[in-house]
Design a protein around this ligand. Structure first.
Ligand code: HEC
Ligand code: HEC
Ligand code: HEC
Length: 427
């Protein structure tokens, strides 16, 4: 019985696909990786692409939907044109407007070939699964979808990415991946009160200039010396996106999701293109502050009794990994000296990481040996505020103090069990 169903399924898929289209489907699988569809449309416990991930937005929670080719609960009845309209314009076949938690303001820039390939993958490479969708928790009147028509008219760029003639192929490939499928700006570009990204391409200095979303601060990907990629080489960026780590940083927070499920699967050529493109986006010295340089801190072990309140906690809880000198260990433990998160005024990422630890970084199927442990149970709000204040004012860091209230608020708004720590299967 089970086998019969399998056979019917296979036949149906073969019919829809045609032998020559396997290439198209494989290309679609790669675009789905670049676009990280799986990160939102799957949960670790559910079948691939059956939806259900709850996303916190300033308006309330939203649930990503079932996008398997199931005809009843998924997108099995979507034509290519229906699929295109949902992915690039945010409108479903019945005219429902999607909330921009689905990053169609970026996907609108996808070219026709990539959309066709994506469709081939979702219709033929993904198993249909019958899983009804959940209702969003957005309260009236924002749960009315019609205002989104207006939102779209004003904020969504209406066209696919157009190559710049004065730039070379590598640059254009990088710009396309970053702006369209990669939707890096969905996290790294600041949003206005109406939730739209303030810029969708490099014409604006606000594009990828750093933003706070869902308890994590995604730093500037521009050439800011302190809080951006000014001190990173193209190869450093490449290593970070491919291996999840380099001498400056290790992925954590929501970037661990983007890394585990998306960037590590991109080809070397594509990652080089992204790194090349990002290195050409100028920083903004007025926003960035005085350039960071390493400075020795008061030796915490010798003078713990007299030194800053957090020094003792740092010595006993953190220095084992991050080093007494704050420089971390090789590429395995990131430095806290000079990291973007230690220099940015927003404390969210550091408070969140210290309270809840970090998702495991899984490279090519192998989980890493060291990770940031959660201190939620071991340390009080005051102790976390003090130790981070110590971190943020040592070794030349000048990110500013952390208040116990910041830690309390983050503690109440985060649930360590809800993080999405693993590589999600697409098939
Ligand atoms: C950042 C999270 C996120 C990513 C990444 C994402 N989606 Fe979505 N998607 C959503 C959410 C949330 C909804 C539901 C929005 C709503 O209910 O208004 C949605 C809705 C959809 C729908 C509409 C389904 C329906 O009929 O309700 C389709 C189709 C879809 N996404 C396809 C994709 C594809 C294909 C990709 C990758 C190219 C993708 N999504 C990537 C969050 C995401
Ligand atoms: C889901 C949100 C999200 C998406 C999508 C995302 N990022 Fe990130 N990114 C973050 C967060 C949060 C951080 C800070 C944590 C860290 O450094 O790992 C970060 C950090 C980074 C850093 C390190 C910056 C530093 O100074 O330490 C780089 C480089 C980066 N992202 C590149 C990218 C690129 C390229 C893309 C698109 C292909 C992308 N990110 C997409 C959330 C995101
Ligand atoms: C077992 C080793 C270990 C210990 C102990 C540890 N960390 Fe970490 N920490 C890490 C690793 C590894 C990362 C990178 C993220 C990951 O892979 O989990 C990290 C990341 C961080 C980050 C985010 C990176 C950044 O630039 O801000 C902060 C903040 C941080 N740790 C603070 C602390 C503090 C404060 C303590 C002590 C209370 C501490 N860590 C103890 C291993 C450790």
């Amino acid at each position: 019985m089970v086998r019969d169903q399998q056979t019917i399924l296979t036949l149906r898929r073969r019919n829809r696909l045609g032998a020559a289209s396997t290439d198209l489907m494989q290309r679609g699988e790669m675009v789905a990786r670049q676009a990280d569809c799986v990160a939102c449309h799957s949960t670790p416990s559910g079948k691939p692409f059956t939806g259900g991930l709850e996303m916190g937005t300033p308006l309330g929670s939203i649930f990503a939907t079932n996008i398997t080719p199931d005809r009843e609960t998924g997108i099995g009845n979507y034509s290519l044109a229906d699929f295109d309209r949902a992915v690039r314009q945010g409108v479903t076949p019945d005219g429902r407007r999607l909330y921009p938690a689905m990053p169609y303001p970026s996907y609108v820039k996808l070219n026709d070939d990539d959309v066709r390939a994506l469709y081939a993958f979702f219709m033929n490479g993904v198993q249909p699964a019958n899983e009804p969708n959940r209702q969003s928790g957005i309260k009236w009147p924002l749960n009315m979808r019609w205002p989104l028509a207006l939102w779209n008219a004003v904020f969504v760029d209406q066209g696919i990415y157009v190559s710049k003639q004065d730039k070379d192929e590598l640059w254009n490939r990088g710009a396309y991946l970053v702006q369209a499928a990669g939707h890096c700006g969905a996290c790294h570009t600041p949003r206005s009160l109406t939730m739209n990204e303030k810029a969708l391409d490099d014409a604006s200095p606000l594009f990828l200039s750093g933003a706070l979303l869902d308890g994590w601060y995604a730093p500037s990907l521009r050439q800011d010396h302190n809080t951006g990629l000014g001190r990173w080489s193209e190869d450093d960026i490449f290593q970070f996106l491919k291996n999840g780590r380099n001498k400056h940083a290790v992925v954590f927070g929501s970037m661990a999701d983007a890394y585990n499920n998306s960037t590590q699967f991109m080809t070397d050529e594509d990652l080089k293109a992204i790194s090349h493109y990002l290195k050409t986006l100028p920083g903004d010295a007025s926003r960035d502050g005085s350039p960071w340089a390493y400075a020795e801190a008061t030796p915490v072990l010798a003078t713990a009794a007299n030194s800053a309140p957090g020094a003792q906690t740092y010595a006993t809880r953190c220095s084992f990994c991050h080093g007494v000198d704050g420089r971390g260990k090789n590429e395995w433990i990131p430095p806290l000296a000079g990291s973007a998160a230690s220099l940015i005024e927003h404390v969210d990422s550091q408070v969140n990481a210290t309270l809840n630890g970090s998702a495991r970084v899984v490279t090519a199927g192998v989980p890493d040996a060291y990770r940031m442990p959660p201190f939620r149970q071991q340390l009080s709000d005051h102790e976390i505020a003090d130790v981070l204040t110590y971190v943020r004012s040592s070794w030349g860091n000048h990110g500013g103090p952390v208040k116990a209230e910041d830690v309390k608020a983050m503690r109440e708004h985060t649930d360590p069990a809800s993080s999405n720590p693993i590589v999600l299967q697409m098939r």
